[in-house]
Ligand binder design. Structure first.
Ligand code: PLP
Length: 434
């Protein structure tokens, strides 16, 4: 099949996500034929280094033999069964493993990150109803937060381009100042600024705790905001404030979970246990759609009752899909057997060191958190994102800046040589357009 005919067929029949489709009159789609390790190969066998882990989902490279084998084995046994009234080994084993890793005893499953957000919001609201506090119906989140695009998730998201059009459909929620360290005042430390933001949170929560069900937050890095990073003290204070005023803390670890921030889960760095944790993206190593919401046994028990309506009557057809669970189990097995969290420490240091060559450019706020690396480009060019993306593709890099933020979130399997390629090409590209 020639490239052109694939592109035309796609434009004729596929509505692509997060895209003004008219853009593709001038910007060709990229038909990908296969993947291998950090590389994606297009229909003409040109390869691109997947610097963004295919939208932050891939952990151990494309065509990973271990994850692939686990899915194949599961495929020969059981592809799917409904999870209401039935159960199976992969979903049990995965729930046990996730409980051990997070300290939260019960796992509820869906297929996408946004569904996990919806579930956590509904569970929190329903918990307070079951606990005879039905007036606790409101949610708060951070400025510039991103929690997904379904209506409930969008209601707690704070990205204008995604949200404004749908505003009339969305429930009201309140946004607290983001502890993003770039917003600190001159001379103010990241920690000092985070504490100042936490004071604003406390002041709001202390006045509204009677009506607030939960505070949902992306721990340590607000990825969609442009890899906005903040001091862990904010999470610690948020936990204290939520406990003090009886508000749930929902940790949206959909992007930052599974080692991205240097620990298995970002909350660990603040020694914080949330009341709900939302997981997705890396959970299957980027293989199959799966998400999970974990919560405490205490919250679970408030739903456990003779009354059906007190139960959590929420479901998705593919809840707990065995193939997806087997991919997740294989992913967790790689973390254990290959000591990934430790290995990534050296890799992170190597990338940080290699990125120093970029400091000659007109950039600011060079930053990292575990295996997430970013910097802000000083430019007023409104075409920066598309110029950078297109030039990077020409040079064999899948780089997708967010506004003026260039970031690297590569698969953990990236080698030193590939890191060299990623950074030298980025330097070349930015020299060209800045
Ligand atoms: C991607 C993302 C989501 C939404 O996940 P989808 O699978 O795209 O629905 C929610 N929260 C955060 C922090 C994310 O990065």
């Amino acid at each position: 099949m020639s490239n052109n005919s694939l592109l035309n067929r796609s434009l004729q029949s596929v509505w692509h996500p997060c895209t003004q489709m008219k853009l593709h009159e001038n910007l060709p789609l990229v038909p990908i034929k296969r993947g291998e390790g950090v590389w994606l190969y297009d229909a003409e066998d040109k390869r691109y280094l997947d610097v963004v882990s295919s939208w932050w989902v891939n952990l151990f490279g494309h065509n990973n033999p271990r994850i692939k084998e686990a899915i194949k084995q599961q495929l020969d046994t059981l592809e799917h069964v409904m999870l209401a009234g039935f159960t199976h080994e992969p979903v049990i084993a995965l729930s046990e493993k996730l409980a051990k890793l997070t300290g939260l005893g019960h796992a509820f499953y869906a297929s996408d990150g946004a569904s996990a957000t919806e579930i956590a919001l509904k569970m929190s609201f329903h918990y307070w109803r079951n606990a005879s506090k039905p007036q606790k119906t409101k949610f708060i989140s951070l400025q510039n937060s991103y929690h997904g695009e379904t209506l409930g998730a969008l209601a707690v998201t704070d990205v204008a381009i995604f949200k404004d059009t749908y505003a009339p459909l969305l429930m009201q929620s309140a946004q607290m100042p983001s502890p993003d360290f770039r917003l600190a005042e001159a001379g103010e430390s990241a920690e000092g600024y985070a504490l100042r933001c936490a004071d604003v949170l406390e002041s709001y929560v202390s006045k509204h705790s009677h009506e607030v069900a939960a505070f949902i937050i992306e721990p340590l890095v607000q990825c969609a905001a442009g890899m906005a990073m903040y001091h862990p003290v904010y999470l610690r204070r948020a936990r204290e404030i939520c406990t003090k005023y009886q508000v749930h803390l929902i940790a949206d670890e959909i992007a930052v979970g599974f080692g991205r921030t240097g620990t298995m889960f970002a909350c660990e760095q603040a020694k914080v246990t949330a009341d709900f944790i939302c997981l997705s993206k890396g959970i299957t190593g980027g293989y199959l759609p799966l998400s999970a919401v974990l919560t405490t046994d205490k919250i679970y028990q408030v739903f456990y009752h003779d009354s059906a309506a007190r139960g959590f009557l929420h479901s998705h057809s593919y809840t707990g899909n065995p193939l997806a669970c087997s991919a997740a189990l294989a992913t967790l097995a790689i973390f254990e057997s290959d000591n990934i969290i430790n290995e990534n420490r050296d890799k992170s240091a190597f990338i940080q060191h290699s990125m120093q060559v970029l400091t000659d450019l007109e950039i600011s706020h060079l930053r990292h958190q575990g295996m997430i690396f970013a910097f802000d480009v000083k430019t007023k060019d409104l075409q920066f994102v598309s110029k950078c993306y297109q030039l990077a593709m020409l040079h064999g890099l899948l780089l997708r800046p967010i506004g003026n933020v260039v970031y690297f979130m590569p698969p953990y399997t990236i080698t030193e040589e590939q890191i060299g390629f990623m950074i030298s090409k980025t330097l070349l590209i930015l020299r060209d357009i800045l």
